[in-house]
Design a protein around this ligand. Sequence first.
Ligand code: ADP
Ligand code: MG
Length: 273
Amino acid sequence: MELDGQPEIGLAASDREIVIEVEQLTKTFGALSVLNGIDLKVRRSEVVCIIGPSGSGKSTFLRCMAFLDPYTGGRVSIEGQLLGYRQTGGHQIPQSHRELAKVRRNVGMVFQHFNLWPHMTALENVALALRVTRKLKSQQADKEAREALAKVGLGDKADNYPSQLSGGQQQRVAIARALAMKPHVILFDEPTSALDPELVGEVLGVMRQLAEEGMTMAIVTHEMGFAAQMADTVVFMDKGVILEKGSPDEIFKTPRNDRLKQFLDTWRSRALD
Ligand code: ADP
Ligand code: MG
């Protein structure tokens, strides 16, 4: 299967096209300020891993990047197009469902809980999205769904129901469902956190393969080993802001921020338990 959004191999990361641009992003839930001014650029073929303590706003940040949660301030642009709002004069007014769908059609999402339909087979789960969102006819949807399942190593499980699949396999179906839409970027929210430890590797393996093929990805994760190995950029969030951003070496070997140092120490002492 061809990936859209070709890797611009040969270009320095900083010269590649910006796929997602987040500027001064804020988000409140009632009186609670969850995101407090976030700036981030995700470039073509870049893998950005987002780490940070529970409750720091990582999921909300990711959801705002796809406008599953409407953000309250700042802006998010996908491939140069404003997401969620339309600029008219000095005002931003909400986009219609149709406009919104158009801007985010190239953004895929994979969640911690795979959200598969239990009454549909793996094939049907993947094909459904293609029929509804890309308006493909059944036959073509099934064909592309099979290709996506093969890509995540589940070509032989197409007719299994979720209950007949392990957690790792279910998450791979969810990745196939995202991939089948031929996204230009995929956002992952703790894709391995709900899995038994022995099933984590197969999901990370699929993500590694996507990264190597040049897929652009933003990944909220607690898998520090994966982040250290696969990320181009690691972002540390706490209390709704980015406290430090850098290469895996900078973040994991020479962290500067005290909260980050503390977070990594806690993680290391747990990992040794
Ligand atoms: P993380 O993913 O880093 O654990 P979240 O983004 O899930 O953090 O949550 C950040 C904060 O926002 C938490 O205090 C959480 O309780 C709050 N929050 C998240 N979603 C909602 C919501 N739908 N309504 C109200 N508060 C929310
Ligand atoms: Mg979360």
